[in-house]
Each structure stands twice: as structure tokens, then as C-alpha cells.
Design a protein around this ligand. Structure first.
Ligand code: ADP
Ligand code: MG
Length: 700
């Protein structure tokens, strides 16, 4: 049944003129019939019970009444002009009030006919009224709302164009009637049978017009499955295709570089988790397929070292390797770490960033091109066209969430003969469900163990009216020889104020700690100024470093054991955890002090509480997902790969997701390119979901 619902424009629906169509598109991205059908309610209300007017009390939720309008009366002028309908159900009367669309109401509603009225009663003087209620003739109401009433998200602009929740419901009704309540299946019959879920036409009907709570749940389940299934199908299929298309460089041997370093120069034992991950990487690299691996590990878990060992494997197989970091500070730090690790070995390492001087660059580039330089550490300067490798075998990206897919693929192209192996490292633990959805095409390794001997960081929550207590504590730590970070938020849109509070803070700290050196870094400083301030702190000359979140990623100062986070309520959980990871690297007891105002929302209080209670990045990421929802997670937004899920919820639908992924994998096992007759429908659906959308965008 080829209805092409995705190609039928919403303007063809009766009741949708050009004006409404425009609002629907702009405000709700509804362009086609399909878009409308997939515009799902965000909640439902139970209309299974009728109330009596005499039962009405204050603070009632939405209720419904059955009765007649006895009379209409128009009152007021201009902005106070309103229409009042006296409504009675025999037990009492209540005023129905309209401020807008008076003529429309008067032409539609008749005196002394039976209606069902649905709305929220509010107290007005000594009586109750209902403003802009839904009023339905008793016959229709039974059809439309048999118990559960859907509520659709609408914006102010939609409401002004008479597209409130109720109007959307009416459009759904009109559309479904036009379609004879027949929506084409998205899954082949054999799958619908196999998964035992509600058929799609029933699911669409029940999501908009649930016949009862069980049918609603089943409809939701089916639609969540669909949503997640097609994402997984797409991811797994492209991963399959890639691994078929792309040969990987085969790294056959573990040679002198790796072995010498491992046996002679590695200053400590690898943790078991590090060992496991190195084995996983090693087996990818010799498989003949291109490695695409995501390495997740909490801050301080030792990812850099795993990266280095992988690079040495590349060198052993006569290839070059590179590591790309999101900031210059971090790239420089990796460079010096790696140089130090390799100081007694004969390996050529170079640093290439945006601020590498032209003179140096002119020397480095040819040596990368002729293969003399074996390891290149850098920022996105690495992906510029002028950087040509002679044989890039492994590209590592650190701190994934700052880079997008585009940059990943640019690195791929740095070896024109054969795609290099890719290792993406992230310290923002991503909950499993999110990883499966965002990076479902990558294999995932996890370092879930910290190197031994680390003392867990103590986290304390203080209110900002308690500065003197804070200062006493900090002075104590500094006297013991420790250093202190103080971080201020920098939030888009309020930068001016943020810089001001950073600068104010700088004065306060300088005054309070006049016997010590306090320095400051932020994004508006020149690179040279930033570097010299950082250097003062790294060298130990300065005891206190005030900063905006530029220090968030990577900086490693083992002697810094206190992290103070100002206005902690303004940071997300993942970011707080990242910042906290800057301390706790040395042998001393470390502290993270969250300073917030006293007035906090319940959610924020919970968030800070989680930080105080947990040191585990994965736990925190899960909590973040639960608290804030998937759309707003750190890392998804930054990489521009935000998820737009209409119904599934990654925080609570993990099981459905796993099920969907398993089914997708089974389907592809039998039919990798979805070419069989029975799977053609899947192929078509993928096209609708992931190709046509773009075309709509181009047309409009
Ligand atoms: P990440 O990048 O995962 O945040 P790093 O690679 O910067 O962590 O490692 C943090 C610190 O731990 C570094 O000083 C590193 O040398 C050290 N380290 C790494 N692995 C081990 C290990 N197995 N045992 C002891 N120390 C380690
Ligand atoms: Mg790191």
C-alpha cells in the first residue's frame, strides 16, 4: 500500500489553509501527513468520569461535565470583551468564558443542547468558571474522547493561529478519517509477527485516540520500538557496509616499539581494564577491517597511555599515528606527556597546532609528509589540507564530544590509500543507551577502573554566604603545599556578567590571599597571556588559579588538589564531574567544593547531591540522563548531533532499545543490504526517515 504519507503536504488536509500550514511547519516541523501523524501527544488525561457542578472545589485539575448551555451573554469592551455561557447540569451552574473567537463559538454552540465540557475550573469571586473549555456535542465527544484525552505540545504562535492541543487532535481525527484509519505498516509482516507488538495502524490510532490504558501502552511500545529500531538498523547497516567496503591496514606484529616501551619504560603496571582495552584494540588492528572504536573512561583512568600504546603498534607496522585534541592547552599537554614517556626511545614526535609558528610548521610539514615524524599530536590544525602524511595508520581523537562527525571523516581521508584505524577517546561517560544510539556504528571499549592508589575525591557543597569558611579551608590546604583551582561558569548569553564575576572573584581572592600568588585564565585572553598564567600555575609559582571552563578538559597538575566550583548550580552534572576530574591525580587527599547560592530548585539540589554522593562517571551520566533528558545532554549538543526522538526515552527505554538493536542485527545477519522482497519495506522506510527529510528542507 503506497500511500506516500511523507510526500502528501499538510495543506491538502481540510481545515489547514496556507497560514496554518506555515505555522505548523515553523513551530512544529509538520509538513506532511506523516509528520502530523507522528506528532504525538505528550500526555493524556482521564476523561472516563463525569463530575457534577456541585462537586467542584478549588484546585481541581481538568474535569469534564455533561449538561446544557442555558444562555449566552457578551460583556465588556475591547480587551475585556468576553462571552459567557451559563452552563448547567442540574446540580448547579458554572460560567463558561471565552475571550477570543466569540463569533465562532456563538455560531457553533446551541442553547439547550447536550454538550460535554472539558476544562479546568477556576475560582472567580464566590463562583467557579471555566475559561476556553473544550465543548463537544455529546455524540462526537464519545467518539473522540473515550476516556483518555491526548494533549499535544503547542506554542504561543500555534495557539494564536487556532492550533491548540484540541485543534491538533481534530486534525488528527480528520486525517485518520480521510485515510480510513489505515496507515501502511513500516515493518514486514514476518517481523510484526515475530516481535509480538501492536500493528502500526492500531498503534497510530491508539496513540492519538486511545481506547483504554492498555492499548495506549501497547501503542507507545510499538512506536518506541519503531523509532529505535530504524536508528539501529541504519547504524548497523552502515557499519556493515563500511566494514565490507573499507579494508583496514593489517597490523600483523607487535614489534620493538611496543615491546621495548612496555617492558622497559612503562613506569607502572597497566590496570586490568587498560590491558583489556589494549587487547581489544590490538585484535581490531590485525583483523583486516578498519577499526572504529570509542574508548570511554572516566577522567584519570589512563586513556592517554592506552592511546600511546596503540600508536606504538602503528609504528611497529611501519605506519604513522596522530592524536587530535580539542584545545591547544590539551594538545600541548599530551605532547609533553608523550615526549616524556618516550624520552629514552628513538621516536620522532611533533606538535602541530594553530599557534605553531610558520617557521616551525614549514619544517614539520615536509617531515610528516616524508614519514620522518612518526607521531603527530595536535589540534584541528591536523586536519588542514596542508598536512599530508606519508602513511597514517592510526588516528586518535581525544575528548570526542568536542568534535563532530565531519572532523572524524576528514581524518579518515588523511591516508588516500587505505583508511586509517580510528580510536575516539572520551572522558564524558555516555550512558550505554545513548552510546548505542549516538555512536551505534562504533565499537565501544570501557576503562572502568582507576589506577591504584588514588584516594577518592571528597566533594562538599557550600553556600556562597559561607565564603569565610571556604577561605579558612583553602588557606589550610595551601599551607600544606597544595594548589587550588577556582572555576567560574561561562554560559552563552551571559558572558559579560560571567566575566565580571570572574574578575570580581579575582580581586576578592587576591585580597584574601595577599600572601600568595593568584592567577587567572579565560577565553578572552591572548594565547600568550593564557599560556603564561597557566605556566605560573603548572610550575607551582601561583597557588590559586581562577578560570572559566577553559580548564575543563585535560589539564594535569598533580599538585592541585582542590577544585572550587563557583555557581555550581549553573553547571550540568557531566561538566561538574569533568571539572572535578582535574584534581585527585596526585597522592594527596583531594577536594571538590561546590559553591552555590542558597536558593536552589529541587532538581538542582538533587544534582549537587549526586555529585556529593558519587565519584563514578557512569553513574553520574545515567543520573544526568534521567534528570535532564536526552535532548539536553552535554556532548550531544556540542557535537551538533543532538537526538530528536519523538517518543522513545533513552533514560527509561533501555530494554526496548536493546530489543530493537537485537532485532535489527538479526535482520541484517540474514540480509545485510535489505535486498530481499520482504525487507524492501525496511529499505523504503529508511529512505523516508533519513533521506526525504532533507529534501523537504531544501524545498521550503
Ligand atoms: P585520562 O586521559 O583517562 O583522563 P590520563 O591518561 O591523563 O587519564 O591518566 C591520568 C594519570 O594517571 C596520568 O598521570 C597517567 O600517567 C597515570 N596513569 C595512567 N595509567 C596508570 C596506571 N596503570 N597506573 C598508575 N598510573 C597511571
Ligand atoms: Mg585525557
Amino acid at each position: 500500500m503506497a500511500l506516500d504519507l511523507d510526500k502528501r503536504a499538510i495543506t491538502y488536509l481540510s481545515g489547514v489553509g496556507p497560514k496554518k500550514a506555515e505555522v505548523l511547519q515553523k513551530e512544529a516541523s509538520i509538513v506532511s501527513y506523516e509528520d502530523l501523524l507522528y506528532y504525538f501527544p505528550y500526555k493524556y488525561m482521564d476523561r472516563s468520569r463525569f463530575y457534577h457542578v456541585s462537586e467542584i472545589t478549588s484546585n481541581m485539575p481538568y474535569i469534564q461535565l455533561k449538561g446544557k448551555i442555558l444562555s449566552f451573554e457578551q460583556l465588556g469592551e475591547g480587551r475585556t470583551k468576553r462571552l459567557i455561557g451559563k452552563f448547567s447540569d442540574g446540580s448547579g451552574t458554572i460560567d463558561l468564558v471565552w475571550f477570543k473567537g466569540l463569533n465562532f463559538v456563538l455560531s457553533k454552540l446551541k442553547i439547550n443542547e447536550e454538550y460535554i465540557v472539558f476544562g479546568k475550573p477556576s475560582e472567580f469571586g464566590r463562583a467557579y468558571n471555566m475559561v476556553h473549555p473544550d465543548v463537544d456535542p455529546i455524540k462526537e465527544a464519545e467518539q473522540i474522547a473515550s476516556g483518555l484525552t491526548p494533549f499535544y505540545n503547542t506554542t504561543e504562535k500555534m495557539k494564536r493561529a487556532f492550533l491548540n492541543s484540541r485543534a491538533i487532535q481534530n486534525l488528527q481525527y480528520t486525517l485518520l478519517c480521510n485515510l480510513n484509519w489505515q496507515i501502511p505498516e513500516t515493518l514486514p509482516a514476518y517481523l510484526v509477527d515475530k516481535i509480538h507488538l501492536m500493528p502500526l495502524p492500531d498503534a497510530i490510532r491508539n496513540i492519538h485516540f486511545p481506547s483504554d490504558i492498555t492499548s495506549l501502552r501497547n501503542a507507545q511500545l510499538r512506536l518506541k520500538f519503531d523509532e529505535l529500531f530504524f536508528i539501529q538498523l541504519k547504524m548497523l547497516r552502515s557499519a556493515n557496509q563500511r566494514s565490507k567496503l573499507l579494508q583496514g591496514i593489517v597490523f600483523t606484529k607487535v614489534g620493538d616499539y611496543f615491546n621495548t616501551f612496555y617492558k622497559e619504560y612503562l613506569p607502572f603496571d597497566l590496570t586490568n581494564a587498560q590491558k583489556r582495552v589494549v587487547r581489544e584494540i590490538r585484535s581490531d588492528m590485525k583483523s583486516g577491517k578498519q577499526m572504529n572504536r570509542l574508548l570511554q573512561g572516566d577522567v584519570g583512568s589512563g586513556k592517554t597511555l592506552v592511546g600511546l600504546l596503540s600508536m606504538l603498534l602503528a609504528l611497529d607496522n611501519h605506519c604513522q599515528a596522530c592524536m587530535m585534541a580539542p584545545t591547544e592547552i590539551l594538545a600541548a599537554q599530551h605532547y609533553s606527556t608523550i615526549k616524556a614517556f618516550l624520552k629514552d626511545m628513538d621516536v620522532e614526535v611533533a606538535l602541530l597546532t594553530g599557534s605553531t609558528k610558520k617557521r616551525d610548521r614549514d619544517k614539520i610539514l615536509p617531515r610528516i609528509a616524508n614519514g620522518e615524524i612518526q607521531i603527530v599530536i595536535g589540534t584541528h590544525a591536523l586536519i588542514e589540507d596542508t598536512v599530508i602524511f606519508s602513511s597514517l595508520g592510526l588516528a586518535i581523537i581525544d575528548e570526542q564530544h568536542r568534535f563532530g562527525v565531519a572532523q572524524r571523516s576528514k581524518l579518515w581521508k588523511k591516508n588516500p590509500q587505505i583508511v586509517p584505524h580510528m580510536l575516539v577517546m572520551t572522558a564524558t561517560p555516555i550512558p550505554r543507551t545513548l552510546a548505542m544510539t549516538l555512536y551505534g556504528d562504533l565499537d565501544v571499549s570501557v576503562i572502568d577502573e582507576l589506577p591504584p592508589g588514588r584516594k577518592p575525591i571528597k566533594t562538599i557543597h557550600l553556600y556562597d554566604n559561607n565564603k569565610s569558611e571556604l577561605f579558612v579551608f583553602l588557606r589550610n590546604e595551601i599551607r600544606k603545599g597544595r594548589q587550588v583551582y577556582v572555576v567560574y561558569p561561562l554560559i552563552e548569553g551571559s558572558e559579560k556578567l560571567d566575566y565580571k564575576s570572574l574578575e570580581d572573584g579575582f580581586e576578592i581572592f587576591q585580597e584574601a590571599f595577599s600572601e600568595y600568588k593568584v592567577c587567572m585564565v579565560h577565553g578572552k585572553m591572548k594565547t600568550s597571556e593564557k599560556d603564561s598564567a597557566m605556566q605560573q600555575f603548572v610550575s607551582g609559582e601561583a597557588q590559586i588559579l581562577l578560570a572559566t571552563t577553559v580548564i575543563e578538559v585535560g589539564v594535569n597538575v598533580p599538585n592541585a588538589s582542590v577544585m572550587v566550583i563557583e555557581s555550581a548550580e549553573r553547571f550540568g552534572l557531566s561538566q561538574l564531574h569533568q571539572l572535578r576530574g582535574r584534581v585527585g591525580r596526585g597522592a594527596e587527599q583531594s577536594y571538590c567544593i561546590l559553591v552555590s547560592s542558597y536558593k536552589l530548585s529541587a532538581e538542582t539540589r538533587k544534582r549537587l547531591g549526586i555529585m556529593v554522593d558519587s565519584n563514578n562517571g557512569f553513574e553520574i551520566a545515567e543520573a544526568d540522563l534521567r534528570l535532564r533528558g536526552q535532548g539536553d545532554l552535554e556532548g550531544t549538543r556540542q557535537s551538533g548531533e543532538g537526538l530528536d526522538l519523538k517518543i522513545a526515552n533513552l533514560a527509561s527505554d533501555g530494554q526496548i532499545l536493546q530489543f530493537a538493536r537485537d532485532i535489527a542485527a538479526e535482520v541484517l545477519d540474514c540480509d545485510p543490504d535489505l535486498l530481499s522482497e520482504s525487507n524492501r519495506i525496511l529499505n523504503e522506510r529508511l529512505k523516508i526517515l533519513y533521506e526525504n527529510k532533507l529534501n523537504w528542507g531544501l524545498i521550503s
